[in-house]
Design a protein around this ligand. Structure first.
Ligand SMILES: N[C@@H](CCC(=O)N[C@@H](CS)C(=O)NCC(=O)O)C(=O)O
Length: 212
């Protein structure tokens, strides 16, 4: 059985792997954590580069299966542990909407955040995965604003983990505008016990990283 496989999670703080950490707690499954300290070059060892040649986190090793990319890992885990109810089944009509918003973060929102922070504006915005900031913002406000309470409705899904972490990050670093729609969604995320548990476990590492 897929869920009997040993699961190892490569994590670093602060980083995107906190999204996967939260997801693992939402699933309520057992896993081993390998904490990498990038300041000590632990992302660049030959052992780690063999599983993630980018030398980045997150990565999971599940039995013999290696998965990288935060959204792909969350998608994989939700399917591997269907009893947690975080993903609609492949034949559920809502599966398309689920995948659409699940990958909206890495494919569309994150490139927009990076360009925004770097104050880069492409001359031809048709080449941007997100078109332009002015087009993206109302879409994001609409999706998050309609979340009742979650993006796909009453049921909390992996979309809320990945999109939620992205919205949270964007608000925390002032990339996204201050808006009650985003703020209300973050309040709902913060109330999730799995989110709180992951944050609590990450806190000492976060404090150490901030202390330099
Ligand atoms: N596309 C990857 C990006 C992962 C990524 O950029 N991770 C950063 C932390 S947020 C990292 O590992 N940085 C360390 C480094 O580049 O040395 C994903 O979505 O998981």
């Amino acid at each position: 059985m897929i869920s009997d496989r040993k699961l190892t999670f490569y994590h670093a703080i602060p980083s995107r792997s906190s999204t996967v950490h939260w997801m693992l707690h939402e699933l309520g499954i057992e896993f081993d954590v390998k904490m990498l300290d990038f300041r000590k070059g632990e992302g660049q060892t030959s052992e780690y580069l063999a599983i993630n040649p980018l030398g980045k986190v997150p990565t999971i090793v599940h039995g013999d299966t290696v998965v990288t990319e935060a959204a792909a890992i969350c998608c994989y885990l939700a399917d591997a542990y269907p009893e947690a109810g975080l993903a609609p089944a492949a034949d559920d009509p809502i599966r398309g909407e689920y995948l659409r918003w699940l990958f909206f973060s890495p494919a569309t929102i994150e490139p927009a955040f990076i360009d925004r922070v770097r104050q880069y504006e492409a001359e031809d915005c048709s080449q941007n995965s997100y078109r332009n900031w002015e087009t993206l913002m109302p879409i994001l406000l609409d999706v998050v604003g309609k979340a009742d309470p979650w993006v796909l409705g009453q049921k909390f899904t992996t979309v809320d983990v990945v999109l939620g972490a992205t919205i949270r990050f964007g608000c925390m670093f002032g990339i996204l505008p201050k808006d009650p729609v985003f703020e209300a969604y973050i309040v709902r995320i913060d109330a999730r016990p799995a989110y709180q548990r992951a944050q609590e476990l990450d806190a000492p590492y976060f404090a150490a990283a901030m202390a330099g």
